[in-house]
Design a protein around this ligand. Structure first.
Ligand SMILES: NC(=O)c1ccc[n+]([C@@H]2O[C@H](COP(=O)([O-])OP(=O)(O)OC[C@H]3O[C@@H](n4cnc5c(N)ncnc54)[C@H](OP(=O)(O)O)[C@@H]3O)[C@@H](O)[C@H]2O)c1
Length: 245
């Protein structure tokens, strides 16, 4: 991340991050990881979801509102060194793409921007998908749109805009998720289809950990890592097969 602002007596200020979509499951884990690492935390969530963050009362600054509301985002990301955005394709009104655009436009220059999505997003078209993922996108996608519940294409459009931007972005592509205690930092690959990702499972708490740790990992700038749990069989098999350094 860029250097933080300096405060008075030469002591560096705490770095500040904004979590957009803070009240969801992934968002709450990210809030926890960010606070544990000493960040000052701002959060954006829908007005009705504010009580979900009661456990963090007094420790984070909340900006209630829709995440695609540019005025809310502008205030929330002010002074932030990093912005962690949960991209959700809810509804059929461009929620994810408008959220991404607001963050891209309003984050301070040089801020580290992290976006979450699923494996179905591709950066360079070189991912190799299983029939299960292809079916999910081809069948469940249109059904969700028909029911006006979600629009997977909107998450694709959101990521297209991120990929095209000259900000310091990383798009983190999550596998299937499960709850449970942390198993540590997930491993990643540039492409779905890589044997290391075969297990297709990550603890949600560790997805959040990857997002927060990526704030300080410049190797991931302008990349779209596809992640999988570090203790899954495919990750362990690849670790044991790797040549000794
Ligand atoms: N679920 C999976 O298996 C999976 C797999 C791979 C990747 N991912 C990615 O992981 C991230 C988190 O997904 P998640 O499934 O774990 O869910 P999550 O963390 O619970 O997040 C859901 C988000 O959607 C918001 N939301 C819910 N209903 C909404 C509505 N009607 N209008 C606007 N916003 C609404 C929630 O806000 P409120 O708190 O206000 O409800 C929350 O911020 C996403 O980027 C997703 O693409 C998920």
């Amino acid at each position: 991340m860029e250097t933080g602002h300096n405060q008075g007596a030469g002591r560096p200020a705490r770095k500040k991050v904004c979590i957009v979509g803070a009240s969801g499951k992934l968002g709450q884990y990210m809030v926890r990881h960010a606070l544990d690492r000493g960040y000052e935390v701002a959060g954006v969530c829908r007005e009705a979801s504010v009580p979900k963050l009661d456990a963090f009362k007094g420790r984070i600054t909340l900006f209630p509102g829709a995440t695609d509301d540019r005025r809310v985002i502008e205030r929330a990301v002010d002074g932030c060194d990093g912005v962690l955005t949960v991209l959700v394709p809810r509804g059929v009104h461009g929620y994810a793409s408008k959220t991404a655009q607001a963050v891209l436009d309003k984050a301070q220059p040089g801020a580290r921007l992290l976006f979450s999505c699923g494996w179905h997003i591709t950066l360079d078209g070189l991912d190799v998908y299983s029939w299960k993922i292809k079916t999910l996108v081809k069948v469940a996608g249109p059904l969700a749109r028909l029911a006006r519940f979600a629009d997977l294409d909107d998450q694709v459009e959101a990521c297209r805009r991120v990929f095209a931007s000259d900000t310091r972005w990383t798009v983190v592509r999550g596998s299937d998720l499960e709850e449970g205690d942390s198993q540590g930092l997930p491993v990643w690959s540039r492409h779905v289809g890589d044997p290391i990702l075969k297990s297709n499972l990550t603890r949600r708490i560790d997805f959040a950990l990857f997002m927060v740790e990526a704030l300080n990992n410049d190797e991931l700038v302008h990349r779209a890592p596809a992640i999988v749990g570090g203790q899954t069989p495919s990750a362990l098999a690849c670790a044991s097969a790797a040549p000794a350094p």
